[in-house]
Design a binder for this molecule. Sequence first.
Ligand code: ATP
Length: 290
Amino acid sequence: MSAQLAIQAQGVQKRYGHISALKGVDLTVTEGQIFGLIGANGAGKSTFIKLLVGAAKADKGSLQVLGFDPRRHKAALRQEIGYMPQAPALYEDLTAAENLRFFGRAHGMKNLNEQVETTLDFVELSQRADDPVNTLSGGMKQRVSLGCALVHQPSLLLLDEPTAGIDLRLRSAFWQHFKKLAAQGTTILVSTHQMDEVVHCNELAIIDEGSILTTDTPQNLLQQGQAEARVWRGGQMEKHALQDYPVDLPKALHAYGLDPQIDRIELEANTLERIVLGLIEKAARLSGGK
Ligand code: ATP
């Protein structure tokens, strides 16, 4: 069973002094997926990823990443994973290519030069390969950082808010890169607080105040949303709540036949973003907070 699972977390807890950053997280990520960890600022995303890469230690619970315990087998695990931290950790005085070479060498790669070239091409930085990182734009630095996480061709990528603070065009390019990698068999866990990015994930977990609220596919979450059909007939507006949109839509409209009096029909369905926000707000109400 564990051969299929890239990540397995059970009852993971982490405190920083009086702050309970993770309150018993259970999560499994199957190999080959783009798995989204979605949550607001301070929800616990970075903390969870730091535990996965062995950079911090859980207080309670168990964690398996590619079959390794991240704390006990940190060195072996680092060979297999790529980690892009939230703030790019680059050598600013070195060029983009030198940064990638540095990370590649740390993994003892044999075909280093070739792989650095391929990776720079992949993140569309070949033109700036020989420029020092401190002369690159913020978005380019993010791409160098992604390249450093990728250069040794890891089977699992852990990306902590890789698209934070970058423009829309570059965000879209990043997601194209992630999809390409996933198509080549790389498992990707990506955290984000940008709700519109959830549609790109095969599966997602919504994390809020250190707890996983739900884990599901974007398609299933969409089905939790309500939709409404509004029909204007003879100057009157009639509303129909659709529990199971679009399956319920023909039923709602059936009663009207081809009524010539109908002069307008409007449909409004919840977006995935709104559904995710609704789940977070509902959890806050139930816990009596916010
Ligand atoms: P963001 O989207 O803002 O990066 P996040 O979901 O990644 O947020 P975390 O950085 O994991 O959230 O933080 C979870 C909680 O743990 C927050 O309340 C944060 O203040 C706290 N926290 C994180 N790191 C530390 C630390 N080193 N010392 C003390 N508290 C910390």
